[in-house]
Design a protein. Structure first.
Length: 359
């Protein structure tokens, strides 16, 4: 059997990123629950929580939850609207720090990155010290904490960074991978969404350990080729390179819930343009190119549709987001029903650095 090259990979994830930045610029918020997201309007607000700090999480508040629900759980929190420009600026500076530490580097979302440090350290003890150094450098430069996972690959490093949040550092050596993953719920694996989780549960598979012990051919019967992939993931096997594509999950999206359900086409298109602009800022800020544009629409009765177009070329232009989003949304505006929410997403992302080597 071909021997796999030994690797050491770090995954860095900033702690409660948006609220941590807000706290840093407003020390008076420290110790209080802080929530960044839509305007709660005394519980009547629409839209969702972007993120919240760990004080707010104690009350059960979570990313993606309706802001009205957050208000019920924690009315005395500090509620703030997001300031994406500021968050992107801080993100950019942190990524500059991280880049210097790896043989290769891959940003993953606004506040996460992978680093391959295989040639920089000779063992896991040295890797742990390097991770500590990175944590203190980010803290000194930005006053923010992060959590780091150290492991033989991206899959395990990502799960490890989440293991002792906030301000955590979890090292999983090669020989510890199976026992580290075994007790965790299957949902911790990237790609295992709610639907897959449910199907696995019906098969009596709850933990990653259960999944690892399941006959791969049984999984393939149920999930096709993906079943084999699940089996490998559950065993902690992942050869994907840092800086390579980590699958089709990478995307940038924004959505907006209207103050009141609307049939006003002009208003919907204006909102769509605003979302396109926000996404474009992030695309350019992260030096990315995209191929696929998706729109989402939710009607007043919560019926939800998404519709995508994959372009024949890579682009980073605002007009390619905006025009395609409009075109994709158009048919949904002909419905009798009023619209509650619209969203835009770009996916099939490629980094500009790679793009340069292609052309
Ligand atoms: P995450 O890293 O998922 O969350 P977090 O950094 O707030 O908290 P944690 O300590 O658990 O890592 O996302 C990073 C930022 O992305 C987050 O601060 C806000 C934004 N975000 C949204 O706007 N909507 C979402 O649904 C999620 C999950 C994140
Ligand atoms: Mg984070």
């Amino acid at each position: 059997m071909r021997e796999r090259k030994r690797r050491i990979v770090l995954h860095v994830d900033m702690d409660h990123f948006f609220t941590a930045i807000e706290e840093r610029f407003h020390p008076e918020y420290k110790g209080k629950p802080v929530i960044v997201g839509a305007d709660p309007k005394e519980g009547k607000g629409r839209g969702v929580v972007s993120t919240c700090n760990y004080e707010a999480r104690k009350y059960g508040v979570k990313s993606g939850m309706p802001i009205s629900r957050a208000w019920k759980l924690c009315p005395h929190a500090v509620y703030l609207r997001p300031n994406y420009e500021l968050y992107l600026e801080v993100s950019r500076r942190i990524m500059e720090i991280l880049k210097r530490y790896g043989d290769s580097f891959e940003q993953f979302g606004i506040d996460e990155a992978f680093l391959d440090v295989s040639s920089k350290v000779s063992d896991y003890e040295e890797a742990r010290r390097l991770a500590e150094k990175i944590k203190s450098e980010i803290f000194e430069a930005e006053g923010l904490t992060c959590s780091i996972g150290v492991a033989p690959n991206k899959l395990v490093a990502k799960i490890a960074s989440d293991f002792q949040k906030p301000d955590g550092l979890t090292v999983v050596k090669e020989e510890e991978v199976r026992s580290f993953l075994a007790p965790l719920p299957v949902r911790k694996l990237l790609w295992v969404g709610r639907k897959t989780e449910k199907k696995l549960k019906d098969m009596g598979i709850n933990t990653i350990g259960d999944l690892a012990n399941c006959d791969p051919s049984l999984l393939m019967e149920k999930f096709g080729a993906m079943g084999f992939q699940y089996s490998l993931m559950a065993k902690g096997i992942d050869d994907s390179p840092v800086g390579g594509d980590f699958g089709a999950v990478k995307s940038i999206s924004r959505d907006r819930t209207f103050e009141e359900d609307t049939s006003d086409v002009k208003k919907v298109f204006e909102t769509l343009s605003k979302l396109a602009k926000e996404i474009h800022d992030e695309v350019v800020g992260q030096n990315l190119y995209f191929k696929t544009v998706t729109v989402k629409v939710r009607y007043e009765d919560f019926e939800t549709h998404t519709h995508s177009k994959t372009l024949p070329f890579l682009t980073n232009r605002l007009e390619d987001i905006e025009k395609n989003a409009r075109r994709l949304l158009q048919p949904y505006l002909e419905s009798e029903k009023r619209i509650r929410l619209v969203g835009v997403k770009v996916s099939n992302l490629f980094s500009g650095e790679k793009q340069k080597t292609l052309t």
